[in-house]
Design a protein around this ligand. Structure first.
Ligand SMILES: Nc1ncnc2c1ncn2[C@@H]1O[C@H](COP(=O)(O)OP(=O)(O)OP(=O)(O)O)[C@@H](O)[C@H]1O
Ligand SMILES: [Mg+2]
Length: 251
């Protein structure tokens, strides 16, 4: 079982889109996948289901020790996921005084039977607060998602510092396992330049597959579909399948 957090404190860079579609891609390749929505915005959740479908228990109750794995796992076509809800936005404050408050997710994931999943992918919120800290404490790999735009690397030192602190104090297994470049527009010279800078900085950690800007990727969530269900012939579907293959092959 490989556990991976998709992260960047910057908003709107493609974390949620990547978590869902890498997960769906790995599932297409025959892997058993669990996605976890760790963002109070619950974008991953609502990209897969209708708002009106009320959920009794989500990752919020799971972190508070009020729900077991089987209470919160939802089966989607080909993979499983654990939903989030707006309630989770209160967790940051509520849990601030809990002992071991940074390892609540790790403790919850200990309940998982390692044979049930090949990959557990966690969608982080756009900040470096307690929820992201819980993700970093629980996983082996961080995948940093970067938009191929000006300032893509700006502010990244804060994220890398947090990873270092977690490695030293909470989770010595943690590694930056991969860098995903998204929202790439080959018509823009600047995009090429930025990807060049990202490769100079992170070297081989950068995935060969660059996710192109593709309108189908933006449309699929409103249909509550993965890119493979929504438009299997789109460049988005091709890119995320190629990325999933790189991950499956051990990147
Ligand atoms: N490759 C792409 N091509 C076109 N649109 C995309 C692509 N990737 C993501 N989008 C769209 O860009 C927006 C931001 O993407 P997404 O929600 O995945 O980012 P995020 O990093 O999870 O955001 P947040 O920080 O708010 O959680 C969404 O509307 C999404 O549909
Ligand atoms: Mg998101």
């Amino acid at each position: 079982m490989r556990t991976i957090a998709f992260t960047n404190q910057k908003g709107g860079v493609g974390k949620t889109t990547s978590t869902i579609n890498v997960g769906a891609g790995l599932a297409k390749l025959g892997k058993k996948v669990l996605l976890i929505d760790l963002d109070p915005q619950a974008n991953l959740t609502y990209s897969l289901r209708l708002h009106s479908q009320r959920l009794e228990k989500t990752i919020y109750q799971a972190l508070k020790g009020q729900a077991k794995v089987e209470d919160v796992v939802i089966h989607h076509k080909g993979f499983d996921y654990i939903a989030s809800s707006l309630e989770l936005s209160g967790a940051e404050l509520e849990l601030a005084n809990e002992p071991a408050r940074e390892s609540l997710l790790r403790d919850f994931l200990k309940q998982l039977n390692k044979k049930d999943y090949d990959y557990v992918l966690i969608d982080c919120p756009p900040n470096l607060g307690l929820l992201t800290l819980n993700a970093f404490t629980a996983v082996e790999d961080v995948f940093i998602v970067l938009q191929s735009e000006y300032l893509a690397l700006h502010g990244l030192s804060k994220l890398l510092d947090l990873i270092k602190v977690v490695q030293q104090r909470l989770n010595s297994n943690l590694e930056v396992g991969g860098i995903i470049c998204t929202l790439y527009d080959s018509r823009k010279n600047l995009n090429k330049e930025v990807v060049g800078h990202i490769k100079d900085y992170f070297g081989k950690k950068v995935f060969n597959t660059i996710i192109r800007d593709n309108v189908a990727l933006a449309e699929a969530p409103s249909h509550h579909k993965t890119i493979f269900e929504y438009d299997g012939s789109s460049s988005g579907a091709k890119d995320y399948l190629a990325l999933a293959k790189e991950i499956k092959n051990g990147h």
